[in-house]
Design a protein around this ligand. Structure first.
Ligand code: HEM
Length: 339
């Protein structure tokens, strides 16, 4: 018997539907009361102090910049940017640190602890951990060569975390393009935001378990087997054996300039050498119509990438947790809700 014919929704209509539903869901939320001068009189040194602390961190380990930028992203994608990602598990609270995108992977918590303790000594109980993380992420980008943007502040820290949302909202490397984009659209971020924010992979590292499928999958096909790519691919394969083992071996997301925030990530995608499946899909997926154009634009125009990255970081940083504004607090210790 012939299979029944089901109407199929084209990818573009599917994405438009998600964006529409997400807009409806979010339309009740009030604009975040974030301003540039929130701490102007209560803690005028906050920006300067965070910058100095981040300088120290990046100087002692250049990867610190990447750790902090990723922490901010994983914070904002779960209940908005409310410092929920920083909470430790306790008897009373299940945090987000053991959710699958974070466990054995998300790092940099000690950096935020050190900055917080400096800020607490100058301005006790004034500056939220969520704001510290947001400002530190901006400074991290600047310190490794990326753009400056103004950071609106006034976020509150949540008194809750969501292990479940950390598992569902944060995109994972082996998801398809549509699925990754849907996660951004669901939070009110656009396809342009998706491509620009993915440019954060111009810095930092990934572990073997997150790129094994890619290097034994279509890496050779997308990179066209050029001698240089072949050399790099065999390096990746020796760090990450097909048969397993070496799960935590790390390789740079952007092997050309791993510690510099530039647009070389997009060049990598043009060469078919993106390290994660989700990276390369932005350029090579058969559904990558709009995203491919953006990748090309950012590869050829650093200024366009920097401007869009800055705007998209502000937009992501403005994802708020309405509950935090009503019931939030300024934590004394970023790892624990106040007693
Ligand atoms: C588009 C969907 C995204 C996916 C699927 C994704 C996935 C990943 C994965 C799997 C890693 C490596 C983690 C590990 O192996 O332990 C990683 C690292 C990283 N991600 Fe993403 N990411 C995405 C978007 C973003 C965004 C929007 C940002 C920030 C704006 C970001 C910033 C980073 C940074 C800086 C690193 C390096 C961290 C380090 O050195 O430890 N990512 N990402």
């Amino acid at each position: 018997m012939a299979a029944p014919i089901r109407p199929r929704i084209p990818a573009t209509q599917f994405l438009a539907a998600i964006a529409f539903v997400s807009a409806i869901l979010r339309s009740g939320a009030s604009d975040p009361p974030l301003t540039l001068d929130h701490y102007a009189s209560s803690c005028p040194t906050v920006f300067e102090n965070i910058r100095k602390e981040m300088e120290r961190e990046v100087l002692s380990d250049p990867r610190s910049a990447a750790l902090v930028v990723r922490l901010h992203f994983h914070d904002c994608f779960v209940q908005g940017c409310d410092g929920s990602v920083l909470l430790d598990d306790t008897v009373m609270l299940q945090g987000e640190k053991t959710a699958s995108p974070n466990i054995n992977s998300l790092k940099g918590f000690e950096i935020i602890d050190r900055i917080k303790s400096k800020i607490e000594s100058d301005c006790p109980r004034i500056v939220s951990c969520a704001d510290i993380l947001t400002i530190a992420a901006r400074d991290a980008v600047i310190l490794v060569g990326g753009p400056y943007w103004d950071v609106p502040v006034g976020r509150k820290d949540s008194r809750s975390a969501s292990y479940e949302l950390a598992n569902t909202n944060i995109p994972t490397p082996n998801q398809g393009l549509i699925s990754v984009i849907s996660k951004f659209l669901y939070l009110g971020l656009s396809i342009t935001d998706t491509v620009a924010l993915s440019g954060a992979h111009t810095i930092g590292m990934a572990r073997c378990e997150n790129f094994r499928a890619r290097i034994y999958g279509d890496y050779e096909l997308t990179s066209g087997g050029s001698p240089l790519s072949e050399v790099h691919l065999s390096k990746l394969k020796s760090a990450c054996p097909a048969a397993g083992g070496g799960e935590d071996n790390i390789e740079p997301l952007d092997y050309a300039t791993p510690y510099t925030f530039d647009n070389s990530y997009y060049h990598l995608l043009l060469n078919g050498e993106g390290l994660l499946n989700s990276d390369q899909e932005l350029y090579s997926s058969i559904l990558a119509i709009q995203t491919k154009k953006l990748v090309e634009q950012y590869a050829f125009d650093t200024g366009a990438f920097f401007r869009q990255f800055s705007d998209s970081m502000v937009k992501m940083g403005n994802l708020t947790n309405p509950d935090s504004f009503l019931q939030g607090e300024v934590r004394k210790n970023c790892r624990l809700i106040n007693a």
